[in-house]
Design a protein around this ligand. Structure first.
Ligand SMILES: *[C@@H]1O[C@H](CO)[C@@H](O)[C@H](O)[C@H]1NC(C)=O
Ligand SMILES: *[C@@H]1O[C@H](CO)[C@@H](O)[C@H](O)[C@H]1NC(C)=O
Ligand SMILES: *[C@@H]1O[C@H](CO)[C@@H](O)[C@H](O)[C@H]1NC(C)=O
Ligand SMILES: *[C@@H]1O[C@H](CO)[C@@H](O)[C@H](O)[C@H]1NC(C)=O
Ligand SMILES: *[C@@H]1O[C@H](CO)[C@@H](O)[C@H](O)[C@H]1NC(C)=O
Ligand SMILES: *[C@@H]1O[C@H](CO)[C@@H](O)[C@H](O)[C@H]1NC(C)=O
Ligand SMILES: *[C@@H]1O[C@H](CO)[C@@H](O)[C@H](O)[C@H]1NC(C)=O
Ligand SMILES: *[C@@H]1O[C@H](CO)[C@@H](O)[C@H](O)[C@H]1NC(C)=O
Ligand SMILES: *[C@@H]1O[C@H](CO)[C@@H](O)[C@H](O)[C@H]1NC(C)=O
Ligand SMILES: *[C@@H]1O[C@H](CO)[C@@H](O)[C@H](O)[C@H]1NC(C)=O
Ligand SMILES: *[C@@H]1O[C@H](CO)[C@@H](O)[C@H](O)[C@H]1NC(C)=O
Length: 704
């Protein structure tokens, strides 16, 4: 009986340790919240009830031990080792512990007659339980109610949105004023600070507020800080925060800039003890963006870059003649293959500035590893926790960030049915709005989370894939919608507008657009909405240079959507997690779709008499094809470089960094787009006109 209990105890304890390891280091699956305590309890009970039988043995054993000790004193004999199998199977064999047997007792948690070893096992398992509790309940105990922070969100050519959180003790409101000035040029200490908007911070809004700074000049450097209403400078930020405005969209002078795209993060995963505020992926991002200031002991960037970088050239043009393919590839691959030059070193001349980060959802995990409930505070706490992270602070104080949400800002695989009063949506979005959404670009339609914007010669549409999503288990599949009618209309309208007014068009979807991800993705991604997806894809393929950005799968992949004749290829770059788990071993991405498209290709053939001749051939290509798939890595982001300086050869360069090391490069050759003249951009005039009036002191923005 005791032996059976001992075996059970050993087995339970070992299983417990494996589960804890998987939970803390591989994937924090929610079910572990039941399994881990149960296993621990099982271990405690079996080792406790296994113990009495042992206590008899212990006395017996202690005698033996003394005898042997005496022996070894007299003739110096070495005691034989116990092997693991023997110990598990025949526990009553009494042997004084040697180093090796003690180690196996600890490693396999074999109940031992030696009290110190039993205690060591108990201690180890209890520490593991504490580690789990530390990971799970950290946000509850470190609720970050006092976190003070500011960040820049949307930047326009003539305005910027700035978020500030400044809680006040013993007050119902805290009024603080943003003061700002232009940077650069003149003797800076002589440039006066100008009074900006006042933020009315209240407990009701969790002391956080987004203010808009208007009347700015395009492509200009600014700095800001905060004052009380009596003009005393507030201690935070200790040094002014810098940002610059977006370029003037009416100047078609070519764009060259980068932005970061990623999604999914949870602080301190994979777990390290007592590091609850760390978000390692963002530490790595800060080192990558501003390497000269990092003091990390990581290998130098050139070394890292020399490894593992594979370069590929993809083209958004559907019809590529073989000769054009090879020449344009030559021209564009050259810089990409030159990997000995680290392109991520900021001092490098040809590296453009990184302008913003596009965070594509799962910014918090409301329900992983456990769901703290649907009250407003449970959601707000998780946002505060992220802004309280020193890792994130390094990034958000220097880089504008814009957001969309995904299911984990609400609850796993959420489908909103277009009903905003469906719990927990109202409470979840209250927090999302305060902390993340208000600083996004203005929504297309009032009160919505989808929005569009342009940055230089690229245009962006950021979808809301949750609020209007249908329940796919009901009704006719053809009636299912991901975006809802109103948003679809806005998206089509945008496509038409940017068709000839922007070179690259980025469509941001929190969930992958491709249907190649299988298993659970078949229900949560666009794969579950084949009709709407197919219609959208045809629309995308009628517009040159559309690139879809997505996240969600905790994996990285590039997918090409082939167009038939006359259409344009579409590319999807799906990048995640920023700092979260990835699933080892199990691969869920199909390499290509069964669905194919026909297209005509021109091929140069040499005729018998040595002449070159162009012939047309029809080929069948998969509608969706994986160009690159990298599943491994807890920390992933893509740097997207937009380069439209050469009008005939616009290019988007993708550099994907995994665990701090550039792992993949892709040059996406765009089609030249003849941008329509400024008169066609009439819709932009009122806003810039407004900006001019703002600058001369009138505030027409109040009239609209
Ligand atoms: C807030 O009030 C509490 C008790 O009323 C007091 O102990 C504390 O010092 C006050 N804090 C400030 C900053 O005034
Ligand atoms: C900048 O202005 C300050 C105050 O007027 C003055 O003390 C300082 O010498 C000036 N610096 C330069 C470089 O002109
Ligand atoms: C600040 O906001 C609160 C709550 O919305 C409001 O009651 C208060 O009047 C506002 N204060 C100022 C100065 O606008
Ligand atoms: C300004 O107001 C703050 C509190 O809001 C106070 O601590 C500070 O002493 C005031 N400064 C002056 C110069 O009145
Ligand atoms: C286009 O270029 C790629 C990469 O260099 C090559 O693999 C492919 O075969 C080329 N296609 C044609 C039609 O030449
Ligand atoms: C490649 O570059 C060369 C010179 O830089 C230029 O003359 C040529 O037209 C380019 N070819 C293509 C296909 O872009
Ligand atoms: C790589 O870069 C170096 C320095 O910029 C340059 O001299 C060299 O020609 C480049 N090599 C290729 C293959 O482009
Ligand atoms: C939302 O939060 C409020 C306040 O925390 C709470 O009273 C309410 O029960 C929560 N749930 C819903 C569905 O509104
Ligand atoms: C939206 O959801 C709420 C809460 O479940 C429900 O009471 C209401 O009837 C729903 N509205 C519509 C239009 O379905
Ligand atoms: C984009 O423009 C092309 C031609 O200019 C047109 O055929 C296509 O339908 C347009 N696409 C959209 C979505 O407006
Ligand atoms: C492609 O062309 C073949 C014949 O050339 C035809 O049988 C097939 O249906 C076409 N497929 C599509 C998707 O159009």
């Amino acid at each position: 009986m005791a032996a059976n209990l001992a075996i059970a105890s050993s087995a339970l304890s070992t299983l417990y340790r494996i589960v804890v390891y998987l939970f803390l280091e591989v994937a924090p699956v929610s079910k572990a919240k039941y399994v881990i305590p149960l296993l621990y309890l099982g271990y405690l009970l079996t080792s406790y009830f296994g113990a009495p039988a042992f206590s008899e043995l212990v006395t017996l054993k202690e005698e033996v031990v003394t005898v042997e000790e005496e022996k070894s004193e007299t003739n110096g004999q070495v005691v034989t080792d116990v092997t693991v199998q023997e110990a598990t199977a025949v526990i009553p064999v009494v042997e004084p512990p040697t180093l090796k047997s003690a180690l196996s007792i600890i490693i396999f948690s074999i109940p031992s007659p030696v009290r110190a070893l039993r205690r060591a096992n108990f201690l180890i398992n209890t520490l593991l339980l504490l580690a789990v509790a530390d990971f799970v309940f950290f946000p509850y105990f470190d609720s970050a109610t006092d976190v003070v922070y500011t960040r820049v969100g949307a930047v326009y050519p003539d305005a910027a949105k700035i978020v500030v959180r400044y809680p006040a003790a013993n007050a119902t409101e805290n009024l603080i004023r943003l003061v700002w000035r232009q940077k650069g040029g003149k003797n800076e200490s002589e440039v006066p600070w100008r009074e900006g908007p006042v933020a009315n911070l209240t407990a009701e809004r969790d002391w956080v507020q987004t203010v808009s700074l208007r009347g700015l000049w395009p492509s200009t450097q600014y700095e800001y800080r905060f004052e009380g209403l009596n003009s005393t400078l507030l201690p935070y930020p200790a040094t002014p925060i810098h940002f610059h405005t977006a370029p003037d969209p009416r100047l078609h002078s070519g764009s060259h800039y980068r932005f970061i795209a990623s999604s999914c993060m949870t602080p301190n995963f994979p777990y390290l003890p007592l590091q609850g505020r760390r978000i390692k992926g963002l530490d790595l991002l800060a080192d990558y963006l501003w390497p000269s200031e990092s003091h990390s002991t990581a290998p130098s960037l050139p070394t890292l870059l020399a490894q593992n970088v594979s370069s590929v050239v993809s083209s958004l043009a559907a019809k590529v003649t073989s000769s054009a393919n090879s020449t344009s590839a030559e021209n564009v691959t050259a810089p990409a293959e030159n990997v000995t030059t680290p392109s991520s070193v900021a001092s490098e001349k040809n590296v453009p500035p990184t302008e913003f980060m596009m965070f594509m959802g799962d910014f918090i995990y409301a329900d992983v590893p456990i769901y703290f409930g649907d009250d407003v505070e449970a959601y707000r706490r998780l946002y505060r926790r992220n802004y309280n992270s020193p890792s994130f602070r390094k990034v958000y104080e220097r880089l504008p960030i814009i957001h969309t949400y995904d299911d984990h800002e609400i609850i796993n695989n959420y489908a909103g049915l277009g009903n905003t009063s469906l719990p927990p949506y109202p409470n979840a979005t209250n927090a999302f709005e305060l902390y993340n959404a208000e600083a996004n670009y203005d929504p297309v339609d009032e009160g919505q989370y989808y929005y569009d914007f342009r940055y230089g010669e690229a245009a962006f549409f950021v979808m809301d894939t949750r609020r209007f999503r249908s329940d796919i288990s009901s009704d006719e599949p053809s009636s299912h919608t991901m975006l809802g009618d109103k948003q679809l209309a806005a998206l089509y309208n945008w496509l038409g507008k940017v068709n000839n007014t922007a070179v690259f068009k980025f469509v941001v979807s929190s969930v992958p657009f491709t249907a190649l991800w299988t298993y659970e993705a078949l229900e949560d991604t666009w794969a579950a909405f084949p009709y709407e997806k197919s219609a959208l894809l045809s629309a995308f393929q009628s517009v040159p240079n559309v690139i879809v950005l997505s996240g969600d799968r905790h994996e990285f992949a590039v997918i090409e959507f082939a167009a038939g004749d006359g259409g344009h290829n579409v590319l999807e770059v799906s990048t995640s997690p920023m700092s979260m788990f990835y699933v080892p071993f199990i691969r869920t991405l199909k390499p290509r779709s069964e669905e194919v498209v026909n297209r005509t290709k021109e091929e140069v053939v040499k005729t018998e008499d040595g002449k070159e001749e162009v012939v047309k051939v029809t080929e069948e290509v998969p509608r969706e094809k994986v160009l690159k798939y990298i599943a491994e890595g807890n920390y992933k982001w893509s740097t997207i470089e937009v380069d439209t300086r050469d009008y005939d050869h616009p290019v988007v360069r993708v550099e994907t960094v995994i665990d701090g090391t550039p792992a993949y490069r892709l040059d996406v050759l765009g089609k030249p787009v003849k941008l329509q003249s400024t008169t066609a951009l009439g819709s932009l005039m009122p806003e810039s006109f407004r900006g001019v009036l703002d600058k001369i002191g009138l505030k027409p923005s109040r009239w609209f």
